[in-house]
Design a protein around this ligand. Sequence first.
Ligand code: NAP
Length: 307
Amino acid sequence: MAETLYDLAIIGAGPAGLTAAIYGGRAALRTAVIEKGSPGGQAATTYMVENYPGFPGGITGPELMDKMERQAREYGAEFFTLEASSISEEAGRFHIAAGGRNIVASSVVIATGAREKRLGVPGELDFRGRGVSYCATCDGAFFREKKVIVVGGGDSAVEEAVFLTKFAAEVLIVHRRDQLRAAKAVQKKALSNPKIKFAWNSVVEEIRGDQNVTSVVLRNVENDERANVHTDGVFIYVGLVPNSECVRGFVATDDQGYITTNEELQTSRPGVFAAGDVRKKLLRQISTAVGDGALAAIKAERYLLGV
Ligand code: NAP
């Protein structure tokens, strides 16, 4: 059976990939979207998105991403629930190996996003799913009236700490400095929330427990004092790692693995564009991912037209 040749293959169905699919479909490109899990990416695991324009009062991450997916399907994008493992180029066509399939396209948008970084302390992996979590939206409800720790001081840590106060009796934010990195509006909510406490200038050195997490060892980085602090859960939000393994060596990345592009989102390989969190960029937001997705699809269309 002859292989289908897609005009555009998009790897990843977060906000960047879904927007590229909407624009690809509207440009009448035969568009394939390859996504290993459910569409939506990290945004779909965010409880409430408050800074995406057009939704005063906010919109839940799952609802926003469901709308984007529906819109992409309306314009004819074909979805494959497959994990892309590698990509190669042969005679001007790109071959994406995904779950035993070979998806062939004349242009590609890589929108594989990023995943949560591990903290790298003893106990973290042992207690994953038994008190250690990277997703408050998924696991928060298990901690009703419990005490939880959130590690990190960025937007994710602080937003999710506020979300966790819906369930937990107390949320302790453990941050390695004495100032949060999160946007001021988010900081304000956390600082005024009576359920949220802070352990400033502190790091988690170890996560302890029996069947489930029972405590963490905190070290104050200023005076090196250690304390064993009781907790029922540890939510880790210490930054991101790009999901670029499947394209390493195929397109250029920086030393952290983020794909480098020019301003028009062209990677080091003509015909291959990168969009969203997997790309080296200053600001990682749903709004910037959406902008990337639109531009990458339009650039792919122009590449196919040879202009
Ligand atoms: P982030 O902004 O990189 O923040 C990571 C936090 O973890 C920082 O506070 C950092 O401390 C701390 N950290 C890093 N390594 C650590 C370690 N080994 N031990 C202890 N603490 C450590 O990551 P993020 O919050 O996951 O956000 C990722 C991106 O998504 C950002 O660009 C963010 O703006 C964006 N985002 C946006 C929204 C929104 O707009 N609503 C929501 C979520 C995420 P330092 O501050 O000392 O470096």
